[in-house]
Design a protein around this ligand. Structure first.
Ligand code: AMP
Ligand code: GLY
Length: 428
């Protein structure tokens, strides 16, 4: 389908490296530019020193280089209207409009949309005054979760064990504005849900939905799900708990009503929609929506894709996804496991500039791909440059063998202060 086309991927994480790596396999891929990219994307594509918030530089670059499709990785530029800027410039872009990206950028927007569309989610209240929030919390008898309205780099959600903790959370968000003034103006206080979490992603364009295989993330820093929440320390796909029946329920009860509601609001969704699901006794319920690919879920899902990614993402951007929705897309049935290697101190402060050794040896292990996240190339050496540094993915005949292979590759990599979980995809 179609000719070769130049591509631009915006972002610099492991997710973006996985996208670039999979796009590069396509016979349709011309030059793949990455803005700004990392040491891994520079290997597989061409890094361009433009930051994701520099919309004008990016659109000018895309025009100059004849880029036929731009793919936006992170949520911040989407929430600030990068897709709108590309469209206004007559460029084809994969990612939702500013308005549709509110589904991630504002928890108040997202929860109200779910209530309106009858999508299963925890009961909630919205507050813009701390005294009202405190009074409401005092009268509750069930465990609560307090969430800052706006984007807070994954830190604005506080799961509370007691009323006292919930009131302290109101203080942190509304009084101390720990996650920035704009993000903290309103809070959502909701009922805490119990169950197993999973990530379900779908490509969405107007009315068409193509479900991707499920994945399970490991959000806590340390083994045994201990320590602080992070962006994600590892993942596996598919998630054994997400059988066909559960995924069908998520499609019918979550994705269909949500995208129809967005369309009725005249903000049709175009891009990847990521539902964080809690599988409760009452069935699947939505914890949050993200308006972008997950990280590290993408490093674990994309290696299993067999369909041409350029054509697939282009179909989303051009509103032609119905062709794929009818025919389906092809996946390697073998599971994949991804282990994230991080810098000591992450998700707090960490040191950068440490030399990384052993990436080539790890990549030589059969079935393994090492994706770069916070890395830079410096004097022909790869150095650390972020909290999450690498994501090591392995496929295998079953999860146990994928897991063994992933850790065999991890053992070949070294950098000062390297930390990782040893229980990704364990005990399934
Ligand atoms: P969110 O950014 O909304 O997904 O929240 C981050 C994490 O907080 C989720 O992955 C869950 O582990 C947890 N969480 C959020 N909302 C709830 C809830 N209502 N009940 C239990 N845990 C939650
Ligand atoms: N892994 C969680 C996220 O991408 O938000």
């Amino acid at each position: 389908m179609g000719d070769k086309t130049n591509l631009l991927v915006v972002g610099k994480g492991g997710r973006e490296h996985a996208l670039v790596w999979q796009l590069a396999k396509s016979p349709r891929a011309g030059t793949i530019f990455v803005a700004p990219g990392n040491a891994g994307t520079g290997d597989e594509g061409v890094n361009v020193p433009i930051e994701p918030h520099e919309f004008e530089k990016l659109t000018r670059f895309a025009k100059k280089e004849n880029v036929g499709l731009t793919i936006i990785g992170p949520e911040d530029p989407l929430a600030n209207g990068i897709a709108d800027a590309f469209q206004k410039s007559g460029l084809t872009v994969f990612g939702p409009s500013r308005e549709a990206a509110q589904i991630e950028a504002s928890k108040v927007y997202s929860k109200r949309l779910m209530r309106h569309a009858d999508v299963p989610t925890a009961d909630f209240q919205v507050f813009d005054r701390p005294d009202h929030a405190r009074t409401w919390i005092e009268a509750r008898e069930f465990p609560l979760v307090v969430k800052a309205d706006g984007l807070a780099a994954g830190k604005g959600v506080i799961v509370c064990g007691s009323k006292m903790e919930a009131i302290a959370a109101i203080d942190r968000i509304m009084v101390r504005e720990e996650f920035g003034r704009a993000a903290c103006r309103q809070v959502v206080v909701e009922q805490r849900l119990d169950g197993d979490e999973l990530s379900v992603l779908a490509l969405v364009s107007g009315r068409s939905i193509v479900m991707l295989p499920s994945a399970q993330d490991h959000k806590r820093l340390r083994d045994g799900n201990l320590g602080p929440n992070t962006g994600g320390m590892g993942a596996y796909s598919p998630a054994p708990l997400a059988d066909a029946a559960l995924l069908r329920r998520v499609e019918e009860e979550v994705f269909v009503p949500t995208i129809h509601a967005l369309k009725r609001k005249r903000t049709p969704y175009r891009g990847v929609l990521y539902a964080g699901i809690m599988n409760t006794r009452r069935g699947p319920m939505v914890l949050e929506f993200n308006c972008r690919f997950g990280d590290p879920e993408t490093q674990c899902i994309l290696p299993r894709l067999k369909t041409d990614l350029v054509s697939l993402l282009e179909a989303v951007a051009l509103d032609q996804l119905s062709e794929f929705a009818a025919d389906g897309i092809d996946w390697d049935p073998r599971p994949a496991v991804t282990v994230v290697l991080a810098s000591e101190g992450y998700p707090g402060k960490y040191a950068a500039g440490k030399v990384i050794e052993g990436i080539d040896e790890a990549n030589k292990v059969s079935g393994v791909k090492v994706f770069h996240a916070g890395t830079v190339m410096d004097d022909s050496r790869v150095r650390t440059a972020g909290g999450r540094v690498l994501a090591v993915t392995a496929t295998g005949d079953d999860i146990a063998s994928a897991r063994r292979t992933a850790y065999e590759a991890v053992a070949k990599i070294r950098f000062q202060g390297m930390v990782y979980r040893t229980d990704i995809a364990a005990n399934l």
